[in-house]
Design a protein around this ligand. Structure first.
Ligand code: BMA
Length: 329
C-alpha cells in the first residue's frame, strides 16, 4: 500500500519523529501539554479544541473554561501550531434569530474547511446539548446557522467535502448528562439547515475500551483507502469514564459504511497531564493537521478536561494497522 492523503502539503506541520524505543503507533509531543493551566486570566483550562492551517501559520477555535466552569469558544493563533495566543473575549456569533443566538454554553469545537469556507461545529446548549454550527471566512466574523439537530446530541463533525452536493455530518445522539451510551450516525443536508437521511455508522461495544460510547474526533481525513476517522472510545470503570483515542476507516464513496475499525486504541490515558486534571483519564481528539507530502499527522487532543496536548502518527502506518487489526472481520 502506498497511501495518499487527499489534500494539500503542510511542510510546517508540528512534528517530532517517533522515539526509537516507542512501540506504539501514536506518540506524544515530548513537551506536552501545548496549552497548560491558566492560559488566559481567570481561565482554568483550554482543551478539546481544533486547529487548522491559516496563512502560513495556524488558527483555531478553542474551548475555554473560566472560574464559573461555563465553556466558551475563543479564537487562537499560532505561528507554529505549538505556541498559541488567544483572543481574550469569546467569539461573538452573529445571528439574526435571537432564539438561535441565545447563549447557554459552547464546547468541543471542530473546524472543517468545505469549499473554501471554514465551518465551526460545537456542542451548543439549547435546552440541553445539541450541535451548533457557524461559518467564517476570516475567523473574525462568525455567522451562526440553525442548530443542526434536536437536543440531545454531541460530537457533530462535518466531512470536508460534499457528497452529491450534500453536506455530511457525523454526530452522536446523547442525553442531558454524561451519557452512558452512544453510537455514531451520519446525516446529510443540502443547505446546512435541513438535515435528514440519518444512517447508523458504528456502534459502541466490542472491546471494553469503547464499550460505553464512541464519538467522532476531528473531521475525517480523505485518503486513497477511504476516510480516516480518529474518534474517542469510552469505557466505564469503578472510578468513572476513561476516554481513549481510536481510529477507523470509512468507505470513500459511502461513508456510512465502515471499512474497518481498529480493535485497539492508539492512545490510552497514561501521561501525568492525562491523569491529573479536572476529569482524570481523558484523551479527547478534536483537531488534526496532516501533510499530504509526507503522510505526517498531528492530532490535538484534550487531556483530562484541562490541557491541550499533541500527538503524532504516520497515516500509512495507522491505516495499515486498522485494516490488518479490525474489530470485526
Ligand atoms: C464529554 C464531553 C467532553 C469531555 C468528556 C470527558 O461528555 O463533555 O467535553 O471531554 O465528556 O469529561
Amino acid at each position: 500500500m502506498k497511501l495518499k492523503i487527499v489534500g494539500p502539503a503542510l511542510p510546517n506541520i508540528p512534528w517530532q519523529p517517533k522515539p526509537q524505543d516507542n512501540p506504539d503507533l501514536m506518540w506524544r509531543y515530548d513537551a506536552n501539554p501545548v496549552i497548560g493551566r491558566r492560559p488566559l486570566p481567570r481561565v482554568t483550562g483550554i482543551y478539546n479544541s481544533a486547529v487548522v492551517p491559516w496563512k502560513g501559520g495556524f488558527i483555531g477555535v478553542f474551548r475555554t473554561e473560566g472560574m464559573d466552569r461555563i465553556p466558551h469558544l475563543h479564537v487562537g493563533r499560532s505561528p507554529d501550531g505549538i505556541n498559541f495566543e488567544f483572543e481574550p473575549k469569546p467569539i461573538e456569533l452573529k445571528c439574526d434569530d435571537p432564539e438561535v443566538r441565545r447563549f447557554e454554553y459552547a464546547y468541543d469545537p471542530r473546524v472543517t474547511l468545505v469549499d473554501g469556507v471554514h465551518y465551526v461545529t460545537w456542542c451548543n446548549g439549547y435546552h440541553g446539548p445539541t450541535i451548533g454550527i457557524a461559518k467564517t471566512r476570516d475567523f473574525v466574523r462568525f455567522e451562526q446557522l440553525e442548530n443542526v439537530f434536536l437536543p440531545y446530541n454531541r460530537n457533530g463533525v462535518l466531512f470536508p467535502r460534499k457528497f452529491g452536493g450534500k453536506f455530511l455530518m457525523l454526530s452522536r445522539p446523547s442525553d442531558t448528562g454524561h451519557t452512558p451510551f452512544g453510537d455514531i450516525f451520519v446525516s446529510e443536508s443540502p443547505d446546512l439547515v435541513h438535515w435528514g437521511r440519518h444512517r447508523h455508522v458504528i456502534g459502541r461495544g466490542g472491546p471494553w475500551w469503547q464499550g460505553t460510547k464512541i464519538g467522532a474526533g476531528p473531521s475525517p481525513i480523505e485518503t486513497s483507502e477511504g476516510w480516516l476517522l480518529f474518534y474517542h472510545g469510552v469505557t466505564t470503570t469503578c472510578n468513572g469514564f476513561v476516554y481513549s483515542i481510536g481510529g477507523m476507516l470509512l468507505d470513500a464513496k459511502q461513508p456510512s459504511k465502515v471499512v474497518a475499525c481498529a480493535r485497539e486504541p492508539f492512545l490510552v490515558p497514561e501521561a501525568p497531564y492525562e491523569l491529573a486534571g479536572f476529569v482524570p483519564g481523558v484523551c479527547f481528539p478534536v483537531g488534526c493537521l496532516c501533510d499530504s507530502a509526507t503522510g505526517r499527522i498531528a492530532l490535538y487532543y484534550g487531556a483530562a478536561d484541562t490541557f491541550t496536548a499533541l500527538c503524532f502518527c504516520d497515516a500509512e502506518t495507522v491505516v495499515r494497522f486498522i485494516k490488518d487489526n479490525p474489530l470485526r472481520k
